[in-house]
Design a binder for this molecule. Structure first.
Ligand code: SF4
Length: 322
């Protein structure tokens, strides 16, 4: 039965096998996204953010070693679907994704209008003229004049190409849009325009989103919830105001303290050390070697998820029994 959540992820694992050992890229993560809301997924490079997106999209590399858990879309368990069912019923039509650097991966020899129309032709068998008409409508929604349908990618600016990519992702009218660092390659002023466009689409389509970034300030611009990821695990999740204004996990606290503030007479803090490798990570808390609140138990036991209220959890021994 469907709940008020568009996505519920529970105990999701994605491990890769490499010649150096098993990489625990996504290690038992859980979160939920209420319908029509956006969740920012933040953390340092290599913490497993993109692997989380790939796990939800079931885009698994050949060296996948472990892929299990529960992913429910609008109440439907996606892990029960075969790969063919997932491809034909879910990927792009129900869950779409904008990959990091996608605007630079548009096909250089095809007109962008056709590239937006193509998923409709391929996945829905829509006649080309009708699909191009739908692409024209989508161009309007993302702020591109119809004349741009006949342009090639190299004839467009970076901001325009990113609008094309957003149109491609939206043309099948997905329920959930995953965006992986969608503005990182853009100038700051263009970045602001794209963020405004995304906020507008979210409102107009009641669209749910996962917004992946290493930039918490950017995530806070669009997100209703925030998930903080560290070394393959989500260490804190909750409503954005709660996590930003009152972070509970020592890593979230350090991450937020490292952001420069304009109106606060305080130097940004530096977080010393580095995350552990994801091959044979420590058996206790993965943040222990950098944590100012480290206790004996932190080196021995992987902390459990502790719910502070119905929407906010933290994965830290400090909150055990509290
Ligand atoms: Fe720090 Fe221990 Fe909490 Fe890990 S479990 S964040 S080491 S206090």
């Amino acid at each position: 039965m469907s709940s008020g959540n568009i996505l519920e992820v529970k105990d999701l694992y994605l491990y890769y096998k490499t010649f150096k050992g098993i990489v625990q890229a996504v290690d038992g993560i859980s979160f939920k996204i209420p319908k029509g809301t956006a969740m920012g997924l933040v953390g340092e490079s290599g913490c497993g953010k993109s692997s989380t997106a790939n796990a939800i999209m079931r885009l698994l590399p050949g060296n996948t070693y472990r892929y299990e858990g529960s992913i429910k879309l609008d109440g439907m368990e996606l892990m029960d679907l075969t790969d063919d069912e997932f491809r034909s019923r879910i990927r792009w039509s129900e869950i779409a994704m904008i990959f990091q650097g996608a605007m630079n991966s548009l096909n250089p020899v095809l007109k962008v209008g056709f590239q937006v129309a193509e998923p409709l032709i391929v996945h829905l068998g829509m006649p080309k003229e009708e699909a191009l008409e739908r692409a024209r409508d989508m161009f309007e929604k993302v702020g591109l004049a119809p004349a741009f349908l006949d342009r090639y990618p190299h004839e467009l600016s970076g901001g325009m190409r990113q609008r094309v990519v957003i149109a491609m992702a939206m043309v099948m009218n997905p329920k959930l849009l995953i965006l992986d660092e969608p503005t990182s390659a853009l100038d700051v002023s263009i970045q602001a325009q794209i963020m405004n466009l995304l906020k507008q689409l979210k409102k107009e389509y009641n669209l749910s989103m996962i917004f992946i970034t290493h930039d918490i300030a950017l995530a806070s611009d669009i997100s209703d919830y925030l998930a903080v990821m560290y070394a393959g695990q989500i260490v804190e999740y909750g409503p954005i105001e709660e996590v930003l204004l009152n972070p509970q996990h020592p890593y979230s606290q350090k991450l937020l303290a490292s952001i420069p503030r304009l109106r606060v007479d305080k130097e940004p803090e530096f977080l010393p050390g580095a995350p552990p490798g994801l091959i044979n990570p420590p058996k206790g808390c993965r943040f222990a070697n950098r944590c100012p609140s480290r206790m004996d138990i932190c080196d021995k036991e992987d902390p459990e998820i502790i719910w502070l209220n119905k929407d906010h959890f933290v994965k830290c021994h400090l909150y055990k029994g509290g």
